[in-house]
Design a protein around this ligand. Sequence first.
Ligand code: PGA
Length: 252
Amino acid sequence: MKKTHALVVGNWKLNPITLKEASDLAAGVARKNKKITDAYVAVAPPFPYLSEVGKKISKTPTSLAAQDVYHKNMGAHTGEVSVLQLKDLGVEFVIIGHSERRAMGENDEDVAQKVAMVLKHKLTPIVCIGESKRDDKGDFFNFVQKQIRSLAKTLKPAQMKRVVLAYEPIWAIGTGKTATAEDVKEMQLFIESVLTKIYDRATARNVRLLYGGSVKPHNATELHQDGGMNGFLVGGASLKAEDFTAIINATI
Ligand code: PGA
């Protein structure tokens, strides 16, 4: 993936509630973006819709993403989904460690195990990081640094280069409170400096960074142009093909 092109991923979360709606949404995204060449696009539907959505976007530039994965491949693990199963359905990206999953108990160790499994099978992990609140002393920077360090502990530079890091401040997710472009830019520079300290400059520059948290058509242009990241992870606004496409176009 060329870093000069943004990656825009739609995280549908637990939506929509019928296969028909999921199929229509995927068809809409595929249709509106069938000629896209200057951005990478992916949609992450709930597991039960992956197969159908995969069919709707096949032979189009839109890629398939999953919202989570288990760290083992097969066996007695009721309720889990493995990377091999995702790969078989044509999934290319896997969101890992979303704050909504971390809130359910997923920890940094779980995230690291999942990332290792996804990388092993040559899919691209999109690892979510971000603080729950901001404070005047800047402790949120330490929090983000801790999350990156814990991920980096198990990854060699060549592996880290294949990771997409999505900075999603929890206070901005689904709240309509977006981080300002200035906040995003500051965080981009901070994450790169942390990666440079842990690895080196070349590795840091290779890691693709996304911003997520109330990205909408009206704020996407500014966030993209001044925020310095390489794309977006979009929740609510990815549920309307038109809004999602407007966000994609804002990065071109
Ligand atoms: P939001 O969600 O765009 O609805 O804030 C983003 C996310 O959680 O990935």
